[in-house]
Design a protein around this ligand. Structure first.
Ligand SMILES: Cc1cc2nc3c(=O)[nH]c(=O)nc-3n(C[C@H](O)[C@H](O)[C@H](O)COP(=O)(O)OP(=O)(O)OC[C@H]3O[C@@H](n4cnc5c(N)ncnc54)[C@H](O)[C@@H]3O)c2cc1C
Length: 481
C-alpha cells in the first residue's frame, strides 16, 4: 500500500535506472504529493555511451515488463526518444504536471542531463525532485574523518557498516492513477533496440528474462539456496553459485535496499555476509564514480596516466573472440559473447590477461565489456578495470598478475567451465586442459586438437608477458616518482 495524495496535482515519474514498482522512492514520493501520475521513460538520442548493444537488448525486455506491470496498476508508460531537457518540460506542460520525480544516477551523462532538465523545468515554474535509490548509501553521506572521499574499499566498507543507515524500502502501490488525457508516446518496437541482422541475441534470450518479476523470482531462489553456499561457491565458474542478479540490479528492476533487508532478515551465515560485502562493492563503485566523474576515462592514480600501452589490434581481436590459446580466458570471453555475462573470477582473469600479459589499455577492454555485458554498468566496470590494471583503488597495484593457468586449475579443477565454452578441448585430460601446450606430443592429436589447428597456440608466452608487465609498471612508477 502506498499513501495516496488528496490533491489535484499531477506529477511525472521519470523512470531511468529504477524500472520497478516495489521500493521506488521517486514513484512513492510522486504518489504522496499528486493525484495523478505520468510515468515516462526517455531514451536519449543517441543513447548515452554506456548503453551498449547488450544493454539495449536488456532495456527492451525491461521496458516491456514495466509497461505490463504499470498497466496492471491502471497506468501507461509514455516512451519518448530525444533530449530529456526538451521532452520533459513539454510533457509537463502538456499534462499540467508541476513536478518531475526521478532516481539519482551517478553517471556523468545523467548528472549533466539532470542539471539541464532542472533548469528547463524551473524556467516554467516546475521542479525536478531527485531521489536516492540506486545504492544502499547516499554517496554524499559517506565521508572520511577529515571530510574527504574514501579511495579504498575496506575503510569505505567499515564506514558504511558502522552507519548502516539504509532507508527502509517503500511499498509497491496498489493503483497508479493517471490523468484522463495522457500524452502520446512511441511504440517500444519502433525503437528497434533488438538486433535483427544478424540476430546475435539467441544466447541472451536463452539465459535471461529481464523485468521486475523475474528479478524478484531470481532473488528469492538465490536467497533460499545458493546464498548459503556463496562463501565457498562464488569463485567456481563451472557451478551456478552466484546470484546472477547483476543485470537486474543494473536496471533497478530489483531494489538493492530490499535485497539488503531480505539478507539481514536471514540468520546470517558466512555466505550471506560475503554476499552483503559484494553489494557494498557495488555501492563503492557508484560512490567512486559520483566523486570521480572521469573514472571511466582516466586512471585514478595520476602516475599511471602515461603507461606505455601496446597498440595490438590483433591481440585485442583474439581476446574479444576467445581465440587467445589460453583456455580459461577463451572460455570467459566466449561465455560473455554467448550469454552477455561472465563469472566474476573469470572477469578478473581475462581483464588481467589483456592489461598485463598483452599490455593493452584497460579502456579498450572496458569498452568491449560495456558493449557486450547485459549488466554493463559504468561505475562497476570502470572501478573493476582500474582495480585489475592497478591504476585505481588498489594498495598493491602492480604485483598482481593473475596466472590464467593456475587460476583455471584452482577454480575450474574439473574443467567443467572450460569444456562448456571451449568444446574443442573437451577430450583433453584434466591435467593439461588449462595449458594444452604443455601436453605430451601425442595427446593433442589423440584428443582431436592437433596443435594450432582447431585451437590456437597461445598468442603470448605467459612468463614473458608477466615479466614485461612487471617491468613496465615498475618503470612507470619510477619515472613518475
Ligand atoms: C573487469 C571487471 C568488470 C566488471 N564489470 C561489471 C559491470 O559492468 N557491471 C557489474 O554489475 N559488475 C561488474 N563487475 C563485477 C562482478 O563481476 C559482477 O557484478 C558479478 O560477476 C555479477 O554476477 P552476480 O550477479 O552473480 O554476482 P554476485 O556474486 O551474486 O554478487 C551480487 C551483486 O554484487 C555486486 N557485485 C559483485 N561483485 C562486484 C564487484 N566486484 N564490483 C561491483 N559490484 C559487484 C553485483 O551487483 C552483483 O550482482 C566487473 C568485474 C570485473 C573484474
Amino acid at each position: 500500500m502506498c499513501p495516496m495524495s488528496t490533491s489535484s496535482r499531477t506529477a511525472i515519474v521519470w523512470f531511468r535506472r529504477d524500472l520497478r514498482l516495489l521500493d521506488n522512492p521517486a514513484l512513492h514520493a510522486a504518489l504522496k504529493t499528486a493525484a495523478s501520475i505520468v510515468p515516462v521513460f526517455v531514451l536519449p538520442n543517441p543513447p548515452h555511451g554506456d548503453l551498449g548493444s547488450a544493454s539495449l537488448w536488456w532495456l527492451h525486455g525491461s521496458l516491456a515488463a514495466l509497461q505490463t506491470s504499470l498497466a496492471a496498476k491502471g497506468a501507461r508508460l509514455i516512451l519518448r526518444r530525444g533530449d530529456p531537457a526538451q521532452l520533459l518540460p513539454e510533457l509537463a506542460a502538456h499534462t499540467n504536471a508541476d513536478s518531475v520525480h526521478a532516481g539519482i544516477c551517478p553517471e556523468p551523462a545523467w548528472r549533466a542531463a539532470d542539471a539541464s532538465v532542472a533548469a528547463a523545468l524551473s524556467n516554467a515554474g516546475r521542479t525536478l525532485h531527485l531521489h536516492h535509490s540506486l545504492t544502499l548509501f547516499d554517496p554524499d553521506a559517506i565521508k572520511t574523518r577529515s571530510g574527504g572521499v574514501y579511495g579504498m574499499y575496506t575503510p569505505y566498507a567499515n564506514a558504511v557498516r558502522a552507519i548502516d543507515a539504509t532507508a527502509p524500502p517503500v511499498p509497491e502501490p496498489d493503483h497508479i492513477p493517471c490523468p484522463q488525457r495522457m500524452p502520446a508516446g512511441d511504440s517500444l518496437a519502433a525503437w528497434k533496440l533488438l538486433p535483427t541482422h544478424p540476430d546475435w541475441a539467441a544466447g541472451l534470450r536463452q539465459t535471461w528474462t529481464p523485468g521486475e518479476a523475474a528479478a524478484r523470482a531470481r532473488a528469492r531462489i538465490f536467497l533460499r539456496g545458493a546464498a548459503l553456499h556463496y562463501e565457498s561457491g562464488r569463485n567456481l565458474p563451472g557451478h551456478d553459485l552466484t546470484s546472477r542478479l547483476s543485470p537486474h540490479l543494473r536496471w533497478g528492476e530489483l531494489s538493492v535496499r530490499a535485497l539488503w533487508k531480505a539478507l539481514h532478515r536471514h540468520a546470517q551465515n558466512p555466505g550471506e555476509k560475503t554476499f552483503a560485502n559484494e553489494l557494498i562493492w557495488r555501492d563503492f563503485a557508484a560512490y567512486l564514480l559520483w566523486h570521480h566523474p572521469d573514472l571511466a576515462t582516466r586512471p585514478l592514480r595520476p602516475e599511471f596516466e602515461n603507461l606505455p600501452w601496446r597498440n595490438d589490434q590483433a591481440g585485442l581481436r583474439a581476446w574479444q573472440q576467445g581465440r587467445t590459446g589460453i583456455p580459461i580466458v577463451d572460455a570467459g570471453m566466449r561465455q560473455l559473447w554467448q550469454t552477455g555475462w561472465m563469472h566474476n573470477r573469470v572477469r578478473m582473469v581475462v581483464a588481467s590477461f589483456l592489461v598485463k600479459h598483452l599490455l593493452i589499455d584497460w579502456r579498450a577492454g572496458a569498452a568491449w565489456f560495456m558493449d557486450t555485458l547485459v549488466d554493463a554498468d559504468l561505475a562497476a566496470n570502470s572501478m573493476n578495470w582500474q582495480w585489475v590494471a592497478g591504476t585505481g583503488i588498489d594498495s598493491q597495484p602492480f604485483f598482481r598478475v593473475f596466472n590464467p593457468v593456475s587460476q583455471g586449475e584452482k577454480f575450474d579443477t574439473d574443467g567443467a567451465y572450460v569444456r562448456r565454452f571451449v568444446p574443442e578441448l573437451d577430450h583433453l585430460p584434466d591435467k593439461c586442459l588449462h595449458a594444452p601446450w604443455t601436453a605430451p606430443a601425442q595427446i593433442l592429436p589423440q584428443a582431436g586438437v592437433p596443435p594450432g589447428q582447431t585451437y590456437p597456440a597461445p598468442i603470448v608466452d605467459l612468463a614473458a608477458g608477466r615479466e614485461r608487465a612487471l617491468a613496465t609498471w615498475k618503470s612507470t612508477v619510477r619515472v613518475a616518482a
